[in-house]
Design a protein around this ligand. Structure first.
Ligand SMILES: Nc1nc2c(ncn2[C@@H]2O[C@H](COP(=O)(O)OP(=O)(O)OP(=O)(O)O)[C@@H](O)[C@H]2O)c(=O)[nH]1
Ligand SMILES: [Mg+2]
Length: 366
């Protein structure tokens, strides 16, 4: 058993390059020629089924024209040419705001970003598009960095309980599967609890991930009390010396009081076995829901107290700005981000890399 191993600190080589591709299209650098500006291009190159694509690199057939694919995906980076050789005035601020709102940044957070950019741009010479991108990258990093706190599994207690919550279809079960793989690769003994007893398919889905990763799944029949399933799984994990228990739960709407109470009951019941559990209450958010995802996080936080966020589907329409809003408006660490359905399609949230991906820049050398 690894002592104090931190599965969260190492992002794998190439992950953020793939994220950048998903967010920006195959060409990282935006073409700033007037004829290639996004607002002058037709809606070509948009992938109608982004979630179904294994990888843009593996797509067969001719690659889409770079300008077209950038147009479909590049949002924040296109906001940058206004800065070059211009004073940061009301008009440029308005242009930037439009781009930020279009990338799922809230009004409040956009205002904060503009204030910071204005300060930076005023105090240095923004002569080229590269300078402009650096300014924005630095501002975004500043906002994201306080939330980039990786998930640490300390040497005790055991089992370390991670309760996965969120609305229907956000990616909870898939994230459990990915996380189980990651933790197992790091040498932890991992067990899963099928706490989504709402539908039989959910139990089977978790069992498939269990088989795939060769980790045990504690389950009861559909319709069983989720608190009882998690309680049993905890006892089994403790008795058999497991390090981490990953508990799935049914998707629920944040504004349905009785469903939130069901979750509170799960927490109360595990605390009979370990008053400090769950040790991580992680919400899984679908980035493609934009501002809605922020509202979900705020309401789940109010109801059960979140300790971590995993943002999925940044490959499938999620524009990434939602993480900026979360970072500035909710004091909950962002642990992982997801860019696909496979185990390798999730990695640690890294503020520097993420801000670079959003702005189409290269992070500064460490
Ligand atoms: N493209 C993409 N698809 C994802 C990602 N994460 C999950 N999915 C897919 O989203 C769908 C829903 O994922 P689940 O893990 O079943 O979501 P859930 O939150 O457990 O859903 P419920 O149990 O119904 O509440 C599945 O088809 C997943 O494969 C991601 O990062 N990118
Ligand atoms: Mg599920």
């Amino acid at each position: 058993m690894p002592a104090d191993t931190n599965p969260g600190t190492r992002s794998r080589p190439g992950f953020f390059a793939r994220l950048k591709e998903r967010l920006l299209g195959p060409e990282v650098r935006p073409d700033t020629r007037p004829e290639a500006r996004p607002d002058t291009q037709p809606e070509a190159g948009r992938d109608p089924h982004p979630g179904e694509r294994a990888s843009p690199a593996s797509a067969s057939g001719p690659a889409p024209a770079p300008a077209a694919s950038k147009q479909a995906r590049f949002t924040l980076g296109t906001a940058l040419d206004w800065l070059v050789g211009r004073k940061f005035d009301e008009q440029t601020a308005n242009e930037l705001e439009t781009h930020l709102l279009g990338a799922d940044v809230s009004q409040t957070t956009a205002a904060d970003i503009i204030r910071r950019v204005r300060k930076q741009a005023g105090s240095r010479n923004v002569a080229t598009i590269d300078d402009a991108r650096q300014v924005l990258r630095e501002v975004l990093t500043e906002i994201l960095e306080p939330r980039a706190q990786p998930l640490v599994i300390p040497a005790s207690p055991r089992p370390f309980v991670i309760l996965m919550v969120g609305v229907n279809g956000s990616g909870k079960t898939t994230t459990i599967g990915k996380l189980a793989r990651r933790l197992k690769d790091d040498g932890f003994k991992v067990m899963l609890a099928a706490g989504d007893t709402f539908r039989a398919a959910a139990i089977e889905q978790l069992q498939v991930w269990g088989e795939r990763n060769d980790v045990p799944v504690v389950a009861q029949q559909a319709g069983a009390d989720p608190a009882a399933v998690v309680y049993d799984a905890f006892e089994a994990a403790r008795a058999r010396g497991y390090d981490v228990l990953l508990a799935d739960t049914a998707g629920r709407l944040q504004n349905k009081a009785h469903l939130m109470q069901e979750l509170q009951k799960v927490v109360r019941v595990i605390r009979r076995l370990d008053p400090t559990a769950p040790h991580e209450t992680m919400i899984v958010l679908d980035a493609s829901l934009g501002q809605n995802a922020v509202m979900q996080a705020k309401q789940f936080h109010a109801a059960i107290g979140l300790t971590g966020i995993t943002m999925t589907k940044l490959d499938a329409g999620g524009k990434g700005g939602v993480l900026l809003t979360l970072a500035s408006e909710l004091p909950v660490p962002v642990r992982f981000i997801g860019i696909g359905e496979q185990a390798a399609d999730m990695d640690v949230f890294d503020a520097v890399e993420f801000a670079a991906a959003l702005t189409g820049t290269t992070p500064p050398a460490a």
